[in-house]
Design a protein around this ligand. Structure first.
Ligand SMILES: C[S@@+](CC[C@H](N)C(=O)[O-])C[C@H]1O[C@@H](n2cnc3c(N)ncnc32)[C@H](O)[C@@H]1O
Length: 239
């Protein structure tokens, strides 16, 4: 049995801030057909867990990577063509960003990318199969700086246990942030969950440009502001 958390409400029903308009389409219709689907369209979580074949029926045996909080989709747009053998699922719960990213990726016509309009924590926890992911990418996740909002951060002890469950042996959770307090939170959670993950060096993705850590929109914006970045890779322990 699962329930929606009030701050992680059904993205199709919730209002501010997720329904607010950022004018990302600049008046152009954003088309998600063929590449995007919503959490509402998924079969009921109670009917069984989903694996890569649900999203990529024609390529069920390819490695499967998740990106949580895809924003405008820049990471997937850059990284997916570098790994045509890998299936990438981007998850975004802000409706306009989801539609913008999906439309952008659809126009790039890549067979190895799909987008999901959903709360990634709910999706991973209630829908995703054990051991099906090679990598979970979490870049510039919302820091939720107020103490009363810390429960909204993606990284929690409970979500680390879920990432451990959905990653294959040796699979990786890759984290990058500019936010010092969020980084301290990550460090605490990493130490407390050292039985689940080995910490290894973060390797820049193939698509990062010279001098970039990962090359997302937020990294580029924050780099212009001169902010330093923190990065870690957690490698799943155990069989
Ligand atoms: C600060 S932005 C970073 C976007 C992108 N990763 C980048 O680096 O440019 C964080 C994004 O994660 C999304 N997000 C935060 N929590 C999420 C969750 N639980 N499920 C899905 N998307 C989430 C937000 O809507 C937002 O678009």
């Amino acid at each position: 049995m699962f329930h929606f958390y009030p701050w992680r409400c059904d993205p199709l029903r919730c209002g501010y801030p997720r329904a607010m308009s950022f004018g990302l389409g600049h008046g152009r219709e954003l088309v998600v057909a063929g590449i995007g689907r919503s959490q509402r369209e998924l079969p009921p979580a109670e009917s069984g867990r989903l694996g890569p074949s649900y999203f990529f029926p024609g390529r069920p045996d390819s490695p499967f990577e998740l990106e949580i909080g895809s924003g405008k989709g820049t990471f997937l747009l850059q990284e997916a063509p570098k790994h045509p053998d890998v299936n990438f699922l981007g998850i975004e719960y802000a409706g306009e960003f989801y539609r913008y990213a999906a439309d952008r990726l659809r126009r790039a016509a890549m067979p190895n990318v799909q987008m999901l309009y959903a709360d990634a924590v709910e999706f991973v926890t209630h829908w995703l199969q054990d051991g099906c992911c090679s990598v979970v990418h979490l870049y510039f996740s919302d820091p939720w700086p107020k103490a009363r909002h810390h429960k909204r951060r993606v990284v929690q002890d409970a979500t680390l246990a879920q990432f451990h469950r959905v990653l294959r042996p040796g699979g990786e959770l890759r984290l990058v942030t500019d936010h010092d307090a969020l980084w301290a939170w990550y460090e605490d959670h990493i130490s407390r969950n050292a039985h689940l993950f080995d910490r290894v060096e973060f390797e820049r993705p193939a698509s990062a440009s010279e001098g970039e850590v990962v090359g997302t929109n937020f990294e580029r914006k924050y780099r212009r502001e001169g902010r330093p970045f923190h990065a870690a890779t957690l490698r799943r322990r155990g069989m």
